[in-house]
Design a protein around this ligand. Structure first.
Ligand code: ZN
Length: 321
């Protein structure tokens, strides 16, 4: 199986992908997915994708069911840090060091400081014109009996804040918690999330750990539980929620147009899902700062900041009522 993945996967991304496959395996569809992925690879059409906006707009005007896959690039244009890649550090760590079950069990205080900081940063960030264009498109098409679904890797809720309602957050949310004892998942927008984290979480590399005792970290408020809460995000080495993945599969099977926005197509899900849609003969349009390893499999490619390229692409078309 691993031979079917491009070598450009980082260890973490490969691990995430293999976990997905195992997840699907428990649902009995592994061979299906793998076969599709191989088929996609052998069918690579090396024709250059079109950058003809009018041609895309024609396809868009007829689409009844639009799936929009979004990734870090959309958030980056709102200034949301990812803590990955060059310069992407919180203190001396990157996301892949702290966003793991092992890091949380060893040092829940440090991991909570990291997530508290990320939650607080989001109070200073706003949806950008790409988020707004997607949300307006959903509202407008809905009135015409057409459907837009956002399938996002982003955990910052900027799509929701822009007004999108039909969202599948495959990596969870910074603003949801899950109880380590009873499993309850709750929405939580408190700032700070608990008294002990107030003023903590500074990203400077010289900052000392706050070493907050576990009983003072966020705790479950379900009757009589008070278990330790964790962020309800998918960490490295963890499986994605199988109910959400099932809904993603349904959307990808139903869509008659797919957009891949601000995601490199070398990491899950774009790596498997958008080529899978393209292999069905469905038009896929990529909006990204640069070409990606999957660009050549797609019908359209629009290069540049998605806050610039997306609004004219998703604006009301003359054919719309
Ligand atoms: Zn609980």
């Amino acid at each position: 199986m691993s031979a079917t993945f491009p070598r450009c996967y980082s260890k973490q991304d490969l691990q995430l992908n293999l976990m997905i496959v195992r997840q699907f395996s428990s649902r009995g569809v592994t061979s299906h997915l793998c076969a599709r992925f191989k088929e996609t690879q052998t069918r690579q059409v090396m024709a250059r994708p079109s950058s003809d906006l009018a041609a895309f707009r024609e396809v868009f005007s007829k689409a009844k069911h639009v799936a929009i896959l979004t990734g870090a690039g959309v958030s980056a244009e709102s200034g949301v840090p990812t803590f990955r890649g060059e310069g992407g550090f919180w203190r001396k760590w990157q996301a892949q060091d702290l966003a793991t079950p092992g890091a949380f069990s060893q040092n829940p205080s440090r991991v909570w400081e990291f997530y508290h900081y990320r939650r607080e940063v989001m109070l200073t960030k706003s949806p950008n014109s790409a988020h707004v264009a997607i949300a307006e498109c959903e509202a407008r098409l809905q009135k015409q009996g057409r459907r837009v679904t956002v399938i996002t890797q982003n955990i910052d809720e900027l799509h929701r804040r822009a007004g999108s309602t039909n969202i599948l957050e495959i990596h969870g949310s910074l603003f949801k918690t899950r109880c380590m004892s009873c499993g309850h998942v709750g929405v939580n927008h408190k700032s700070p999330i608990c008294a002990a984290l107030e003023g903590k979480g500074a990203p400077d590399p010289n900052t000392s750990d706050a070493q907050i005792p576990p009983q003072d970290l966020p705790r479950c408020e379900q009757g009589g539980c008070s278990g330790l809460l964790r962020p309800n995000v998918v960490w490295f080495g963890e499986t994605l929620d199988s109910d959400i993945l099932t809904r993603v599969e349904e959307e990808l099977d139903l869509c008659d147009l797919c957009l891949v926005v601000g995601t490199s197509s070398i990491v899950y899900p774009a790596a498997m899902f958008a080529p899978q849609v393209a292999a069905r003969g469905i038009p896929v349009a990529e909006f990204n700062m640069e070409e990606t390893p999957a660009t050549m499999r797609f019908r359209f490619h629009f290069q540049g900041p998605c806050g610039t390229t997306l609004p004219p692409a998703l604006a009301r078309h003359n054919n719309e009522p």
